[in-house]
Ligand binder design. Structure first.
Ligand SMILES: [Zn+2]
Length: 167
């Protein structure tokens, strides 16, 4: 017997869409421990191919934030670290989701718009939050072009301070 007859028939128990499989994999919705062993064996082939992969890169830039109460209203600079996470299915042939270097190249392509720039010329008010949104907007379509979905963009402003945008 299957965990959820609405989405998984006994005749064909492994025909879930990736979306349904993701929801099945969320412990709060369908704890895996309650699935019968037979179902796990039948579906494990699909369940464990949906994975996340991340890459990091850096850029250096100047900005000023006139609305900031402190020093950040003055012109100053940072070396920013950016980490992105994408999600996709493991390819049967390559046994990878996607090549790390392809994802890194796309991220670096976007960061070229920011590296060694005066950020206020590129983003109207370049807080880390707005930088993360800019990277998301520039990158989302690019990573979809190589078959993966953008799941998060995390931007560190120097050491120990970061913002994260996720979907
Ligand atoms: Zn700053």
């Amino acid at each position: 017997m299957c965990c959820d007859p609405a989405v998984c028939s006994q005749d064909d128990p492994c025909r879930h869409s990736p979306v349904l499989l993701r929801s099945l994999a969320k412990p709060q919705l369908h704890p895996l421990r309650v699935l019968p062993d037979s179902h796990l064996l039948l579906c494990s082939d699909i369940l464990f191919k949906i994975m996340k992969l991340g890459v990091c890169s850096h850029f250096s830039a100047a900005h000023k934030l006139p609305k900031h109460a402190g020093k950040c209203k003055q012109l100053h600079g940072h070396t920013y670290k950016v980490e992105i996470v994408v999600e996709g299915e493991k390819d049967k042939e390559t046994e990878c989701i996607v090549d790390f270097s392809e994802v890194k190249a796309l991220l670096d392509e976007v960061l070229e718009h920011l590296d060694h720039k005066y950020l206020n010329d590129v983003i109207s008010y370049p807080t880390s939050e707005n930088i993360a949104e800019f990277i998301w907007e520039e990158l989302e379509g690019k990573v979809e072009g190589i078959g993966v979905k953008l799941k998060s963009v995390k931007v560190w402003e120097g050491e120990g301070k970061w913002v994260m945008l996720e979907k």
